[in-house]
Design a protein around this ligand. Structure first.
Ligand code: ATP
Ligand code: MG
Length: 143
């Protein structure tokens, strides 16, 4: 077991549905600590850059439109195996495949409007955290 940090985004549909507190509560109840958090509206350029790995996928344009359609909450979660733990709490990309009790099973409308994002590995976590919080945007827990 290793203490990791991972990037989480509450996507525009999650914010619209007033789920910020519900989602943060699930992370905190699972023992994950928030060490950075910001509400923002992504620019088209930021959304394109963030999801650049998907630039050749047919849904890329729609994904960028969706992610810029309203404010999001970006946050860094810290804890034992935080990357996998966050993805377990989120559930599968397609809510139809997501385990009962996961965020996506409980709240997502579709494979696209699926409420949350979570980094999928140590390398992407580092890149994504830096994308939003730079080198000095994390507040280490001192108590
Ligand atoms: P995320 O990266 O947002 O945490 P994920 O890792 O579960 O989600 P990815 O395969 O990385 O899934 O896809 C990124 C996002 O693109 C998805 O969360 C979803 O919003 C959208 N997406 C993925 N597949 C499709 C699809 N087939 N049709 C429409 N949108 C999709
Ligand atoms: Mg992904």
């Amino acid at each position: 077991m290793t203490v990791e940090q991972t990037l989480s985004i509450i996507k525009p549909d999650g914010v619209q549905k007033n789920l910020i507190g519900e989602i943060v509560n699930r992370f905190e109840k699972a023992g994950l600590e928030i060490v950075a958090q910001r509400m923002m509206r992504l620019s088209t350029e930021q959304a394109r850059g963030f999801y650049e790995v998907h630039k050749d996928r047919p849904f890329y344009g729609d994904l960028v439109s969706y992610m810029t359609s309203g404010p999001v909450v970006v946050q860094v979660l810290q804890g034992e195996d935080a990357i996998a733990e966050n993805r377990r709490i989120m559930g599968a990309t397609n809510p139809a495949d997501a385990d009962p009790g996961t965020i996506r099973a409980d709240f997502a409308e579709s494979i696209e409007e699926n409420v949350v994002h979570g980094s999928d590995g140590p390398d992407t976590a580092e890149t994504e955290i830096r994308f939003f919080f730079g080198d000095d945007g994390i507040c280490p827990r001192t108590r």
